[in-house]
Design a protein around this ligand. Sequence first.
Ligand code: DGL
Length: 246
Amino acid sequence: MRIGVFDSGVGGLSVLKSLYEARLFDEIIYYGDTARVPYGVKDKDTIIKFCLEALEFFNKFNIEMLIIACNTASAYALKALQDRANFSVYGVIDAGVWATKKVISDKNKEILVIATKATINSKEYQKRLKKEGFNNVKALATGLFVPMVEDGIFSGELLQSAFNYYFKDIKSPDALILACTHFPLLSKSLQEYFGKKTRLIHSGEAIVEFLKTHNNLQSLKYKARLEFYASSDIKSLKNTAKIWLN
Ligand code: DGL
């Protein structure tokens, strides 16, 4: 099975890593819209327009499934892509909410969603978590983490300052949804900051488990040959892929 993975830029490589390691597919085509990243500060119509253009890109490849790795794109454009695509399209939000439900059974537990401004403003996570019965959900835009991760800042003083700035009024939640492609790279530092009590929910791991459960796919069965495309600077995307995917 050949599938596509779409992201606004390099961040989706964190989701690709989980898919690659799970070896659920023969071939994965990754496309990052590196020329127009970040999506997380853009408006709804622009995000949908860019995602529809990405769909056109994937139409050339005869894929059987498209995974939108980008949370911002999943928040605004999932339905538009599902309506137009002649293959199945999955976003990471459904998987993230599903994974949260699996690890947190008490609906009074505190859930914190961190994401880009656009994802938080879409209220998609908040609405879906509420629908599942969670009644103690906080959502926080932590956009500065995106350029920090792209600059290779995964720990240290600058990151701690950003944590103190964003989380000054936040007590350790029971679950922290890393609702942005870049945030899994901060997992270690976030776990140290909030302590062991907090369960981190990672979009990449969530989508792998989600697909295995809902599509009856099996891990470690396939080669997962990778092909990379970008709307600009493919070299830089490939370099990041080498680092992030080890
Ligand atoms: N990929 C985006 C997300 O997961 C983060 C980067 C961006 O703003 O485009 O929301």
